[in-house]
Design a protein. Structure first.
Length: 108
């Protein structure tokens, strides 16, 4: 998987703009693996804490366009997705079996 594909997959999964190492995007970012946060002004670095190469954009507002890229080429990860349906008080079926706790059990 390429870094661009990894960023697209992370963006689809998280629902927030994601970018990869080397893209020049200013803003506030969080590492998708360890949540290390940086304020970026130049090209995105590799995460100094865990080595991850994908960053999630944490600022509010529209999706930023990386320097040198055409805004038309940026895919919208939410395009074509159905809205999430939220319901309260839904019966999920029969009650779960009771949990039995036993002490002193050897697993070997």
């Amino acid at each position: 998987m390429s870094p661009a594909q990894g960023a697209q997959e992370a963006e689809r999964r998280l629902g927030k703009p994601c970018f990869h190492v080397g893209q020049r995007v200013p803003g506030f970012f969080g590492c998708v693996a360890c949540q290390f946060q940086i304020r970026n002004r130049k090209a995105l670095p590799t995460c100094p804490q865990c080595g991850e190469i994908i960053w999630c954009y944490l600022d509010d507002g529209p999706r930023p366009v990386p320097e040198g890229e055409d805004p038309v080429q940026v895919p919208d990860p939410t395009a074509g997705q159905q809205p999430v349906k939220v319901e309260e008080g839904v019966d999920l079926g029969a009650p779960a079996a009771p949990v039995i706790v036993e002490e002193g059990v050897k697993l070997e």
